[in-house]
Design a protein around this ligand. Structure first.
Ligand code: SAH
Length: 239
């Protein structure tokens, strides 16, 4: 199969419908998805019904990788983004998303490999699952009924990624993906020292989300890293 950058991995958590699985295999062929990981599916992903709905994407069914945990499904990718129809209130930072359009325009082009995580048809993703991903993506729709069918949500995200992958790249050297993790670790260490326990989780999620949302240039990232290192040293000395 032809490779187009970035590598796209679709991760489906606890999928309940064979028709959806088949349609998603077909979409994966339509939009050149590289990998499909299934975390504990509730149906047989290799059934004849799945294959029937996959149509000419049946070869993607052969490539399904079935795993037991989301952690396993996220291994080896630079960026992970989960998806949800639900947007949180002001204080619920775990559910503060970027729109799918923002994601493909500002964030995704900086990465070589991306996992997009989709939830169960019945209940979506748990808060624990949402917290494992760097970012949350939302497809804006009718606020009174924003919940799309699983395979329809997958199609919109994959289409947007497809448009991006056939489009442009940034002109200033972008920050390398690993520096985000290094900056985040430093900032988290600082936060853990100075923030009250009950607020730490929200601050942690906010730090993660803010960082991965930002298209930093290489120069900006190294300045921020330097600043965070200094700050950690000063705070370490004071305590
Ligand atoms: N009742 C569930 C709906 C799950 S829909 C809930 O309230 O969360 C199944 C999956 O489709 C979701 O977990 C998500 O991955 C995706 N999805 C559906 N609508 C979406 C939207 N508007 N934006 C982003 N993802 C969506």
């Amino acid at each position: 199969m032809q490779k187009v950058r970035p590598i796209i991995r679709v991760v489906l958590v606890g999928t309940e419908g064979e028709i959806n699985l088949g349609f998603i295999a077909r979409l994966a062929a339509n939009f050149l998805v590289d990998e499909i990981y299934l975390v504990s599916p509730l149906v047989d992903p290799f059934s004849s019904e799945v294959r029937r709905f996959a149509a000419h994407g049946e070869y993607m069914v052969e490539h399904f990788k079935v795993v037991n945990s989301l952690d396993e499904a996220l291994q080896g990718v630079e960026l992970s983004a989960c998806t949800s129809a639900r947007v949180g209130q002001r204080s619920d930072v775990l559910r503060h998303p970027v729109t799918v359009r923002e994601f493909v325009e500002r964030i995704a082009p900086r990465y070589n490999s991306i996992a997009i995580v989709f939830g169960r048809e019945s209940v979506g993703l748990t808060r624990e699952e949402l917290s494992k991903c760097h970012l949350l993506i939302h497809i804006p729709a009718n606020p009174d009924y924003p919940v799309l069918n699983l395979s329809h949500a997958v199609s919109i995200v994959l289409y947007e990624l497809w448009v991006m992958r056939s489009g442009s790249r940034s002109i200033v050297e972008p920050a390398k993906p690993d520096i985000y993790e290094r900056i985040y670790k430093l900032l988290f260490e600082i936060a853990a020292k100075i923030i009250d326990r009950e607020r730490l989780q929200a601050v942690d999620i906010a730090l993660k989300r803010i960082l991965w949302k930002c298209p930093l240039t290489a120069g900006e990232a190294s300045a921020l890293y330097y600043f965070a290192k200094k700050l950690r040293r000063i705070i370490g000395e004071q305590r």
